[in-house]
Design a protein around this ligand. Structure first.
Ligand code: UDX
Ligand code: UDX
Length: 465
């Protein structure tokens, strides 16, 4: 089957960039990305490419090439579904905030809504592709809803998890380590798999496209994220030992990373991992394990999250302890709010929890991030419900200028590893600060030797004194 028209439901961090790259690489396929959020769709259609709703290096060029040619962003979901040969579901699957599985299970209500909407309007056979990260066996539920829609239409469900990381999405999409496609092991399933393989084969070498059954594919995504997050929690656990013993976590990471069995990636100690996937997917995995009565498995993976919570907590505790056990009324500058560099995404960013802890101790925070807008930071704090929206606005000031954010501050906390932080005029920042001037580098990116020469008192995650 040759695919001529694609629809993607969900124009978020995954759907937007993924479809932009498919459209760029397959000019003969018409790709329409739809979303219920009209503001988001308007932003994707903005003539000013700086206003795209997702910031990703290189994405503006890809969108500029394909948009209006064979890439379209629309709110007419029904029409796009009707027209498509293949439909990607790329809506969010947040952790449930209510009922059974609250705080752990993935909330599949948007996925189900999509399936019902597809069932309602479809008149011709379709291939449905799960892009959203889902609990194992979700495809089965989608298929059940679709097959009982009564239109007599044939559906094939594929699982095609996305492994792109934010900040490098375009690069990851253009040169993926692998593309994973899960489908049903029968003739119809294999045809559907081949149709999707043919799309990726326009730019991905065939040996990097692997096919499995649906459940292996769904579970592989959760497993990949669990393993990656586990490495970060493992190195962060060692960072605390380093601080106590006088070892240096970067030296330890280098030494173990040169072991080819371990490898050098994902060994950077930090103030904790964030992002929309790691925590959600591990909680999901824990929930699945518990639901099968696999309590030891559940406890094992849950510890990765507990370690991450601890890392954030001990960072803010350390700031308070160092500032003579009180931050009340003190100005603390935050450099960075995004969960990692090169993205405007703040979901589960460690900065949020650390800000909340310090605000509860009545600190005044001035935050600067090169890409995160003020409304996002306030919304992140309001979402925690720790204090009133007004109090959050009184206590947190968002600055568009790092020098202003740091002026008269008692301390600076580096919470995202943005490259520009390394090249600031640190002498100027020091001169303008309260003394003693403290820096807490939660990402281990600053040159502490020269900062100490200037006069700063420095703490770096994972560096013992
Ligand atoms: C999401 C999930 O978080 C991730 O697990 C999955 O792998 C891919 O989808 P992301 O793209 O980062 O990732 O989410 P988000 O930026 O929130 O985008 C989802 C979009 O779907 C939103 O724009 C939302 O408006 C839209 N949506 C949601 C619909 O169009 N219809 C719905 O019914 C629900
Ligand atoms: C992750 C997966 O990498 C990706 O394959 C999947 O599709 C979605 O989830 P993402 O969350 O976008 O991607 O970014 P990632 O680079 O994995 O970073 C996640 C968090 O871990 C960030 O907060 C990052 O700062 C932190 N991290 C990462 C570390 O603290 N140390 C490291 O060595 C690596």
């Amino acid at each position: 089957m040759k695919i001529k028209t694609i629809c993607c439901i969900g124009a978020g961090y995954v759907g937007g960039p993924t479809m932009a790259v498919i459209a760029q690489k397959c000019p003969h396929i018409k790709v329409t990305v739809v979303d219920v959020n009209t503001v988001r769709i308007a932003a994707w259609n903005s003539p000013d490419l700086n206003k795209l709703p997702v910031f990703e290096p290189g994405l503006d060029e890809v969108v500029a090439q394909a948009r209006g040619r064979n890439l379209f962003f629309s709110t007419d979901i029904d029409q796009a579904i009707v027209d498509a040969d293949m439909i990607f579901i790329s809506v969010n699957t947040p952790t449930k905030t209510y009922g059974k599985g609250k705080g752990m299970a993935a909330d599949l209500k948007y996925i189900e809504l999509c399936a019902r909407q597809i069932a309602k309007v479809t008149k011709t056979d379709k291939i449905i592709v799960e892009k959203s990260t889902l609990p194992v066996r979700t495809a089965e539920a989608i298929k059940h809803i679709l097959d009982n829609s009564g239109n007599g239409v044939q559906f094939q469900i594929l699982s095609n998890p996305e492994f792109l990381a934010e900040g490098t999405a375009v690069e990851d999409l253009l040169h993926p380590d692998r593309v994973l496609i899960g489908g049903e092991p029968n003739a119809e399933g294999e045809k559907a798999i081949q149709a999707l393989v043919d799309i990726y084969a326009h730019w991905v070498p065939e040996e990097r496209i692997i096919t499995t059954n649906v459940w292996s594919s769904e579970l592989s995504k959760l497993t990949a994220n669990a393993f990656l997050a586990q490495r970060v929690s493992s190195i962060n656990a060692m960072s605390e030992i380093c601080e106590q013993t006088g070892a240096d976590i970067n030296e330890v990471a280098k030494a173990i990373g040169m072991d080819s069995r371990i490898g050098p990636k994902f060994l950077k100690a930090s103030v904790g991992f964030g992002g929309s996937c790691f925590q959600k997917d591990i909680l999901n995995l824990v929930y699945i394990a518990k639901s099968y009565g696999l309590n030891e498995v559940a406890d094992y993976w849950e510890q990765v999250i507990l370690m991450n919570d601890h890392q954030k907590q001990r960072f803010s505790d350390h700031i308070i302890n160092t500032l003579y056990n009180t931050v009340s009324g003190k100005k603390i500058a935050f450099l960075g709010w995004a969960f990692k560099k090169d993205t405007n995404d703040t979901r589960e960013s460690p900065a949020i929890r650390i800000a909340d802890n310090l605000l509860s101790e009545k600190a005044r925070i001035w935050a600067y991030d090169p890409k995160v807008i003020p409304e996002r930071m306030y919304a992140d704090l309001d979402y925690l419900n720790t204090r009133s929206e007004q109090e959050n606005r009184n206590l947190l000031t968002v600055s568009g200028n790092p020098y202003e954010a740091c002026k008269d501050a008692h301390a600076i906390a580096v919470l995202t590893e943005w490259d520009e932080f390394k090249s600031y005029d640190w002498q100027r920042i020091y001169d303008d600060m309260q003394k003693p001037a403290f820096i807490f580098d939660g990402r281990g990116i600053l040159d502490t030797v020269s900062l100490k020469e200037i006069g700063f008192t420095c703490y770096t995650i994972g560096k013992g004194s």
